[in-house]
Write a protein that binds this ligand. Structure first.
Ligand SMILES: [Ca+2]
Ligand SMILES: [Ca+2]
Ligand SMILES: [Ca+2]
Length: 239
């Protein structure tokens, strides 16, 4: 059951929803106006699978309300929380392949949502850290997925983050994955039907764990920003 909660302390396996206040609108209208809180004092808390590591939102069942998906590293699952339009979500879904928690692998740590097969229905992709793969789940349009197995594709070592973007500009969404132990990113170009061409790897810095996509130099082509966890280590002391 969803809980409109004021939890005394954080719960380890939960997704939290913070409801934004009117701070930005008020600030822009009158810089001298008293600041309102950016978020409501309380947050809403919903149970997920074990150790939720990543979260994404999209309207999976196209009812006009955003839904929430978490990737749960400890239980090898995703949790689909169907939005009710007021910040509340339900933890169960009336569908054959997903009843709250949905097993997707051994160690899913990143989730992204986009329409990967061009049917206007959001699909989900999950990076599985322990199997060096990503899993594509094609959405059925009601919050469930067309196949429990999904489509597995190999990537580099220890995929820690996955993003969706049309990197080559052909109109088909592509995948880009940060491979933490591989010190690389994997790019999988989309065919447009939910499948992808074999990956191409590009070396980056040490321990890449996150990617942002945008046109950084203004040439109309998408570029990548990669966060390298290992490159922030301080240099060893001099002898
Ligand atoms: Ca929805
Ligand atoms: Ca789709
Ligand atoms: Ca593309």
């Amino acid at each position: 059951m969803p809980r409109a909660a004021r939890p005394p302390r954080r719960r380890p396996n939960a997704a939290h929803v913070l409801i934004a206040g009117a701070l930005l609108a008020g600030f822009l209208a009158s810089p001298c106006a008293a600041a309102e809180p950016l978020f409501a004092a309380d947050y809403l808390s919903f149970d997920t699978g074990g150790r939720p590591f990543s979260v994404a939102v999209a309207d999976l069942n196209r009812d006009g309300f955003l839904d929430v998906v978490t990737a749960n590293q400890a239980t090898g699952s995703i949790t689909v929380l169907m939005g009710q339009g007021n910040g509340n979500v339900g933890t169960t879904i009336d569908c054959p392949f997903c009843t709250g928690n949905f097993r997707v692998g051994n160690s899913p740590v990143s989730v992204a949502i986009g329409d990967l097969d061009g049917d206007q229905i959001p699909d989900v992709v999950v990076a599985d850290l322990s199997t060096d793969s990503v899993l594509v789940l094609i959405g059925a349009g009601d919050g469930s997925f067309k196949s429990r197995r999904g489509i597995h594709m190999g990537v580099g070592s220890s995929p820690f983050f996955v993003a969706i973007a049309d990197l080559d500009g052909d109109g088909h969404p592509d995948l880009v994955v940060a491979n933490e132990r591989g010190n690389s990113i994997s790019v999988l170009l989309g065919v447009g039907d939910g499948t992808f061409k074999p990956r191409t790897d590009f070396p980056v810095g040490l321990d890449p764990v996150a990617i942002a996509v945008g046109d950084l130099n203004g040439d109309g082509k998408l570029d990548l920003g990669v966060a390298d966890l290992g490159d922030n280590y301080p240099p060893p002391p001099r002898e």
